[in-house]
Design a protein around this ligand. Sequence first.
Ligand code: OFO
Length: 171
Amino acid sequence: MLLSERMLEALNNQVKLEAQSSQVYLGIASWLETQPGLEGYTEFFYRQSDEERHHMLKLIHYINDRDGHAIITALEMPKNSFGQVIEVFQDNELLVSKSINDLVELSLNEKDYLTFKFLQWYLDEQLEEEKMAKTMLEKLQLVGSDRGGIYQLDKDIVGLRSKVSESKEGE
Ligand code: OFO
């Protein structure tokens, strides 16, 4: 079953969004790496950038396997500097979730159940990522500008990441 024109266009837009997310996180990771004592956050965002690239590749393969053509486009320059750590937690994941939800709705409207099934993985992934971003933001809000607190959170983030990776491996 071929992808409809509309579905193909929407999936290609998602390819771009995942690639853009990867760039956004790369910009964050690179800035964090230049800041003293934030190795945990730095590692977290480099890995997050890799994950978004993986999400993009998964979509590219899916589109091409369904006899579509995944298109690779230019990306916008991401933000490269931030005033403080808390600023790196933007609304990027909420934007991606909205886009995935729209794709799911389109797949149902078009009765494209293969794409609907394919997108379930992304729904689970977004749930996880939104939860993680919210937890980290809340913790940073709690410590405010206390440098000792931020340093402790930086160490905690390594544990948080491995917990999520373990649960993914167990899936
Ligand atoms: Fe977290 O954005 Fe991909 O799906």
